[in-house]
Write a protein that binds this ligand. Structure first.
Ligand SMILES: [Zn+2]
Length: 405
């Protein structure tokens, strides 16, 4: 494990085998072009609160802060209640706000918490956007903020929703079920999530799988996901999950009439600490991928370059063009780095075990939960400041790109 960490600190790729083997042994370097903040029509207020105030420690606080920032900006907020509640009984809410004109032909959709607890980062950015970008958006442009799309996952410390559905993959596959990777079932059996904490359990099967296929192949099979094991990892769900239905409804009502739609979907857990990698899931040769690359001046990460970020056959946001006739869509993922993943590679199956088969409130479940959350939300002031700075930078770059689109 220490050797993994040392290799990671040098930016080297490690291929050592771990019993968990689900988080890749890789640490990225990026050229970080375009680090200075361009000013392209977004007004930044001088009397803003400290950046750390944009970020929250729980879903309820995030909803309150976002609502307060919108109210101060005289921006109405729509609240959609989730059918369940947070662990403390408080309501779970998706909040939607629009900055700019109702009938703008260009609309930027900014999403947080598609992957549940990863959403604290994007929610902080959204609160900052509501606070600081009150006016002077580029002409004929609006920003639609969808805050905590999967609020249950935020509140319950899971990337997945209340039915164990990975919402990102549900957006991709709800109407195009993927062909199962035959290796997934072997991995699922070897992981044996129901007995993850059984002291009699041995790792021989998993070690043998890793030796036979290689760690990256196993990671890729799991990360691509599946739709036939509802209590397994990376479950796509059957049909539209709750959050997908909400997003479809929001798109219908907030994007109707748009001609150009850009998407920034915020995530965490991959890349250099505090930096936000911009990705395009459109095929590299596509007009959309090339457009994002041009906007980012080539500082674009292409999925499929690493086992942890597998390529998918299409973007999760292609559905927007089907629902909004006449609209062209260009979607990006903004993925913030947290910790080197090789020191946390057992956390994903461990957290899944306690939520699906064990007790996440047990001392062992809580201990795993704290580490899992820290991996997806480091929650230090420097990290939050970096997340906000990069978030504003990417929003600004995309708005500038939309102006020329
Ligand atoms: Zn994610």
């Amino acid at each position: 494990m220490l050797e993994d960490a040392r290799a990671a600190s040098k930016g080297q790729r490690s291929t050592s085998v771990s019993p968990g083997f689900l988080v890749p042994c890789v640490w990225l370097h990026s050229t970080h072009a375009n680090r200075s903040l361009p000013h392209v029509g977004v007004s930044i207020l001088a009397d803003s609160p400290p950046v750390r105030e944009y970020f929250s420690t729980n879903a309820s606080e995030a909803t309150t802060k976002f609502g307060a920032a919108c109210t101060a900006a005289k921006v109405p907020v729509e609240s959609i209640l989730h059918p369940l509640t947070a662990p403390d009984g408080s309501p779970l809410v998706v909040s939607i706000a629009r900055l700019g004109a109702l009938d703008a032909s260009r609309r930027l959709l900014v999403l947080s918490a598609v992957h549940g607890v990863e959403g604290f980062a994007g929610a902080g950015v959204q609160t900052g956007l509501a606070d600081q970008t009150r006016a002077l958006l580029p002409p004929d442009t609006s920003i639609i903020l969808v805050h905590l799309l999967n609020p249950w996952g935020v509140a319950w410390n899971r990337r997945e929703d209340h039915e164990n559905v990975d919402v990102f993959r549900n957006l991709l596959y709800h109407d195009h079920p993927s062909t199962p990777d035959p290796l997934f079932d072997e991995i699922d059996a070897a992981l044996d999530l129901p007995h993850w904490t059984d002291p009699a359990r041995n790792d021989d099967t998993r070690q043998a799988l890793a030796a036979r296929y290689g760690v990256d192949r196993l990671i890729a099979a799991v990360r691509r996901g599946q739709h036939h094991k509802p209590r397994g990892l990376s479950y796509h769900g059957q049909g539209r999950c709750w959050s997908t239905k909400v997003l479809h409804d929001v798109v219908d009502r907030y994007l109707a009439g748009a001609r150009r739609v850009a998407v920034i979907d915020t995530h965490t857990g991959f890349g250099p600490h505090g930096h936000g990698l911009v990705m395009s899931y459109d095929p590299p040769g596509s007009v959309q991928h090339q457009r994002v690359s041009r906007w980012m001046r080539g500082d674009l990460y292409t999925p499929g370059s690493d086992a942890d970020i597998p390529a998918h056959p299409r973007t999760p946001y292609g559905f927007i063009e089907n629902r909004i006739p006449g609209a062209e869509v260009t979607a990006t993922i903004l993925e913030y780095g947290t910790e080197p993943p090789e020191i946390t590679r057992d956390l994903f199956p461990a957290n899944a075990h306690y939520h699906l088969y064990g007790n996440p409130r047990s001392p062992e479940g809580l201990e795993v939960g704290v580490r899992y959350r820290r991996f997806l939300y480091p929650e230090t002031d420097p990290w939050k400041a970096a997340v906000w700075t990069r978030g504003l930078e990417v929003v600004t770059i995309v708005l500038r790109g939309m102006s020329d689109w």
